[in-house]
Design a protein around this ligand. Structure first.
Ligand SMILES: Nc1nc2c(c(=O)[nH]1)N[C@H]1C(S)=C(S)[C@@H](COP(=O)(O)OP(=O)(O)OC[C@H]3O[C@@H](n4cnc5c(=O)[nH]c(N)nc54)[C@H](O)[C@@H]3O)O[C@H]1N2
Ligand SMILES: Nc1nc2c(c(=O)[nH]1)N[C@H]1C(S)=C(S)[C@@H](COP(=O)(O)OP(=O)(O)OC[C@H]3O[C@@H](n4cnc5c(=O)[nH]c(N)nc54)[C@H](O)[C@@H]3O)O[C@H]1N2
Ligand code: SF4
Ligand SMILES: [Mo]
Length: 702
C-alpha cells in the first residue's frame, strides 16, 4: 500500500515542506506539498533528491566497535556498552570534564534537548557544544546583545513589503534557493536591493547596488553608511529615542568614517556607498538579511552589530516589511541553538550562568542546581583541548569536524588524539574514521519531532518509515543514558513525548514553546515562538512594542571598525573566502553520495577573477595551487568576473578545503574566521587535489 507523509527537507533552514511517498515500508520518492509554509511546494535540487538518503546503500546499518584496530560489526548492546563504558572509565580516572559532546544543528529540537540533558546529567560534563558554533553564534550573540532575543524578526513572506532589502554576506541563490521566488516577487513590487558581498551572484541585477566589500571589512563599510545616513538626516529619531538606548555613542563611534576613508578601507567606490546610504535613508520599510559572510570572521559579532545599528537607526523593526533577519543555515540551526546543546545554555534559551534559570531546570530534571555543571568550552576549543589531552572522550552526534573544522590538519590531529570517540551518524563520516564506536544514526524520514525554521516557525517532522538500523537517535540517547545510570530521567520513546517535556520546560524562557500543541503544529502549518498558553498561535512579528531586554529597549552598541587578524601580504596577496555550492550540503556526507548531486558538482572549483587569473598566469583547464599560512592544496579553477579581483572563492563541501583555513576565533562568539584566509595562487605542477576520499565502500572489517 502506498501512503504519503508530510514532512520537511533535511538540509537548509528554509525547511521546505515535502511529501514522502512510502510503499511497503520503504521511501520510494517525494512529491510536492503545495500547502507547506514559505516554499508552497517548491524544492531545490537537493530537496528533490533528499529522499534518496533513506535507503541508500551506504547507510550504516549495524553498530561498529573498533577491535584490533578495525571497526567491526557488533550488536546494539555490545556497542552501547562499549560506548558508555569508555566514557565511564575516562570519568573515573580523570573526572567528568574529560568527556565532551559535539551536537549539531541538523538535530530535531527534541534530540538537541536530550543531548544537553545527557551531557549534563548522564556524563556530568559541562562540555557540550554543537557544530552551530561554526555557524550561527556571531548572529546569535549580536542579536542577544542588541535585542535580547535571537530570532528573525518577521516571516520571510513579508520581504515584498520592504522598500529596501540589504543582503549582507548571504549567498541567497545557492544557500537558500527557495527564497528566490520571494526576491522576484519583491522586485516586481518595487523593492530595491543592496547586495553587500565580495562576490556577485545571480542575486545581483542591473538595478541593484552591489557593494563588493573587501572581505572582513563590514564594520568599516557599515560605519561609513551609518555616518552618511546620519548626515543625510536619515536617523529616525522618534523611534530611536523611544525604543533604543546607545544611539549617541553608536553614531559617535562612526566619527571619521567619511565616504573617502570608508571607500579606501572597504574597497568600495564612494558613489556606490553614497547611493546605498541614500536608498537606506529614504526607505520607510527595510530589511537586513545577513548570513555567514559577515559573521564567520574574527570580528563577526561586531560585524553583525554594525549592520543592526543601521536597522535601528532607521527604525526598521516591529512592523511588517521591517526587520533584521539572521539567515539560519542548518535544518534546525534555530531550534538547535535554543534548547540546551550549547555550552552556555539551558533549554528554552536559558542561561547556564543564571541562578534562576539553573534552579528552574534543576527542579524539572530532579537534581539540585549544584549538580548541574556550569558553562563548558566551545566547539573548536573542545577539539583543540583533545590535542593537549584535556578532552579524551567525545560523543559526536550530527557533526563532521574532519571536513568542516577550520585548519583541517590540526583538526585531524585533535581527532586522532581522542582516546574514546563515539560517532552517531546515518553515514560513515570522515570523523567516524577516528571512532572507537560508530552507532547508526537515523535520517529525517525515520523520526518524529519538531524543527524551527530560519524564521522562528516551529514545524513538525513525521516519521515515514521505522529506522533501518532498528534504533533511532532517540533510542541511542536513551540507551546511553540508561548505561550512564540516569534511566529514570530518560523515560520516553517518541519525539512527541520529548516535545511535551521540552515545551513545558521552555515556559518562561526566551524561546518559549509552552503554548504549542503537537496536532496544531501540523494544522496551522507551524507556529512562531514565543507561543505561551495565553498566546498559543505564537508571534509572527517580534518587538512590535518592546524588545527582549528587561527595559524593553534595543541596544545600539558602538562598533569601532576593525579588520581581520591576518592581512594579505606579499607572499599571500589574495583573500580566499569559502562558501556553498547549490547542489551540496555542508560536509557533503549526505549529498556527495546522491548521484544527481555528485554529477552536478564532483569536486571543489576555485573561482578567480579573469584579470587576476591572467596576472597569476593561470591556464584554463590546468589546475591551480593554493597556498595559505596553513597548507597548500591543488584545485581546479574557473573564471568569475563578478568577484573582487583580490578575492578568490571556493565551496568547501569536500575534505581538504579546510586545510587552507585559519582557526582564529571571534573573541565573543568563538566562531572560526573561515571567510577570510590570505592565500597565494599559481599554476600547479602536480595533479588536482584535495584527495577526495572514496566514501563508498568505506573499509569496515567483517
Ligand atoms: N546549497 C547549500 N545550501 C546551504 C548550505 C549548504 O551547505 N549548501 N548550508 C546551510 C548552512 S549551514 C548555512 S550556515 C547557510 C550559509 O549561507 P550563506 O552564508 O548565505 O552562504 P555562504 O556560501 O557561506 O556565503 C556567504 C556569502 O558571504 C560572502 N562573503 C564572504 N566574505 C564576506 C565579507 O567579508 N563580507 C560580506 N558582506 N560578505 C562576505 C561570500 O562571497 C558569500 O556570497 O547555507 C545553508 N544552505
Ligand atoms: N571553510 C568553511 N568551513 C565551514 C563553513 C564555511 O562556510 N566555510 N561553514 C560552517 C558551517 S556554517 C557549518 S553549519 C558547519 C557544519 O559542518 P558539519 O558539522 O560538517 O555539518 P554536516 O555535514 O551537516 O555534518 C553533520 C553530520 O551529521 C550527520 N547527520 C545529519 N543529520 C543527522 C541526524 O539527524 N542524526 C545524526 N545522528 N546524524 C546526522 C551527517 O550525515 C553528517 O555526517 O561547517 C562549518 N565549516
Ligand atoms: S535545501 Fe533548503 S531550499 Fe532546498 S529544498 Fe531543502 S529546505 Fe528548500
Ligand atoms: Mo551553517
Amino acid at each position: 500500500m502506498s501512503i504519503t507523509v508530510e514532512t520537511h527537507c533535511p538540509y537548509c533552514a528554509l525547511d521546505c515542506g515535502l511529501k514522502l511517498q512510502v510503499d511497503q515500508g520503504r521511501v520510494t520518492g517525494s512529491t510536492k506539498w503545495k500547502g507547506s509554509p514559505l516554499s508552497r511546494g517548491g524544492l531545490c535540487t537537493k530537496g528533490i533528491t533528499a529522499w534518496q538518503q533513506v535507503h541508500h546503500e551506504d547507510r550504516v546499518r549495524t553498530p561498529l566497535v573498533r577491535w584490533d584496530g578495525r571497526l567491526r560489526p557488533a550488536t546494539w548492546d555490545e556497542a552501547l556498552d562499549a560506548a558508555a563504558n569508555g566514557f565511564l572509565k575516562l570519568r573515573d580516572r580523570y573526572g567528568p570534564a574529560v568527556n565532551a559532546v559535539l551536537g549539531g544543528g541538523s538535530l530535531t529540537n527534541e534530540k538537541a534537548y536530550l543531548l544537553g540533558k545527557l551531557a549534563r546529567l548522564g556524563l556530568k560534563t559541562p562540555h557540550i557544544d554543537p557544530n552551530g558554533r561554526l555557524c550561527m553564534t556571531s548572529a546569535g550573540a549580536a542579536a542577544m546583545q542588541a535585542f535580547g532575543v535571537d530570532r528573525a524578526m518577521t516571516p520571510l513572506e513579508h520581504l515584498p513589503a520592504a522598500d529596501v532589502v540589504v543582503v549582507v554576506g548571504a549567498n541567497l541563490p545557492d544557500a537558500f534557493p527557495l527564497i528566490m521566488p520571494l526576491v522576484t516577487r519583491a522586485r516586481r513590487r518595487g523593492t530595491k536591493f543592496v547586495v553587500v558581498d565580495p562576490r556577485g551572484s545571480k542575486l545581483v541585477k542591473d538595478d541593484d547596488i552591489h557593494l563588493a566589500v573587501r572581505p572582513g571589512t563590514d564594520t568599516a563599510l557599515a560605519a561609513g553608511l551609518l555616518r552618511e545616513i546620519a548626515v543625510l538626516g536619515g536617523v529616525d529619531w522618534p523611534f530611536v529615542l523611544e525604543r533604543t538606548t546607545g544611539a549617541d555613542d553608536a553614531i559617535a563611534a562612526t566619527e571619521g568614517w567619511d565616504l573617502e576613508r570608508t571607500s579606501l578601507t572597504a574597497g568600495v567606490g564612494i558613489t556606490e556607498i553614497a547611493r546605498a546610504a541614500s536608498w537606506i535613508a529614504g526607505a520607510r520599510n527595510g530589511m537586513i538579511l545577513h548570513a555567514r559572510g559577515v559573521e564567520q570572521q574574527v570580528n563577526g559579532v561586531q560585524g553583525v552589530l554594525s549592520w543592526i545599528n543601521i536597522a535601528l537607526a532607521r527604525g526598521w523593526a516591529g512592523r511588517k516589511g521591517c526587520g533584521v533577519m539572521p539567515m539560519t543555515g542548518q535544518r534546525n540551526g534555530q531550534g538547535g541553538r535554543e534548547h540546551g546543546q550549547r555550552c552556555d545554555q539551558l533549554p528554552g534559551y536559558r542561561s547556564i550562568d543564571d541562578p534562576a534559570d539553573r534552579a528552574v531546570v534543576a527542579e524539572r530534571w530532579g537534581v539540585t542546581p549544584e549538580e548541574l555543571p556550569g558553562r563548558g568550552r566551545t566547539y573548536v576549543e573542545l577539539l583543540h583541548d583533545a590535542e593537549r589531552g584535556a578532552v579524551k572522550g567525545m560523543l559526536v552526534m550530527s557533526a563532521n569536524p574532519a571536513v568542516s573544522g577550520p585548519n583541517g590538519a590540526r583538526i585531524r590531529r585533535c581527532l586522532d588524539a581522542v582516546e574514546h570517540m563515539v560517532v552517531v551518524d546515518p553515514f560513515m563520516s570522515e570523523t567516524a574514521r577516528y571512532a572507537s564506536v560508530v552507532l547508526p544514526g537515523n535520517t529525517f524520514a525515520e523520526e518524529d519531532g519538531t524543527i524551527t525554521t530560519t524564521e522562528g516557525r516551529v514545524v513538525r517532522i513525521d516519521q515515514a518509515v521505522p529506522p533501518i538500523a532498528i534504533r533511532s537517535d532517540l533510542d541511542v540517547i536513551r540507551g546511553l543514558a540508561h548505561r550512564l545510570g540516569v534511566r529514570d530521567k530518560f523515560d520516553f520513546h517518541t519525539g512527541r513525548e520529548v516535545f511535551e517535556e521540552l515545551k513545558a520546560l521552555s515556559a518562561g524562557g526566551i524561546a518559549d514553546y509552552s503554548g504549542m500543541d503537537w496536532d496544531a503544529l501540523r494544522d496551522k502549518g507551524g507556529v512562531f515562538w514565543p507561543a505561551t498558553r495565553d498566546n498559543p498561535d505564537g508571534t509572527e512579528i517580534l518587538h512590535t512594542e518592546r524588545f527582549g531586554h528587561p527595559d524593553g529597549l534595543a541596544r545600539m552598541v558602538p562598533v569601532v571598525p576593525s579588520g581581520p587578524s591576518t592581512l594579505p601580504d606579499a607572499d599571500h596577496p589574495l583573500v580566499l573566502t569559502t562558501g556553498r555550492h547549490r547542489d551540496h550540503y555542508l560536509s557533503g556526507n549526505q549529498t556527495r553520495r546522491i548521484p544527481a548531486q555528485a554529477d552536478r558538482a564532483s569536486a571543489p572549483i576555485l573561482e578567480v577573477h579573469p584579470r587576476t587569473a591572467a596576472v597569476m598566469r593561470l591556464v584554463e583547464g590546468e589546475p591551480v595551487e593554493v597556498t595559505s599560512h596553513q597548507a597548500t592544496i591543488t584545485l581546479r579553477w574557473a573564471p568569475n568576473n563578478r568577484l573582487r579581483r583580490d578575492t578568490v572563492f571556493v565551496a568547501w563541501h569536500w575534505e581538504g578545503v579546510n586545510d587552507l583555513t585559519d582557526d582564529a576565533l571571534d573573541p565573543i562568539s568563538r566562531i572560526a574566521a573561515v571567510k577570510h584566509t590570505p592565500v597565494a595562487i599559481r599554476p600547479a605542477v602536480t595533479t588536482v587535489g584535495p584527495s577526495v576520499p572514496a566514501l563508498r565502500g568505506e573499509a569496515v572489517g567483517a
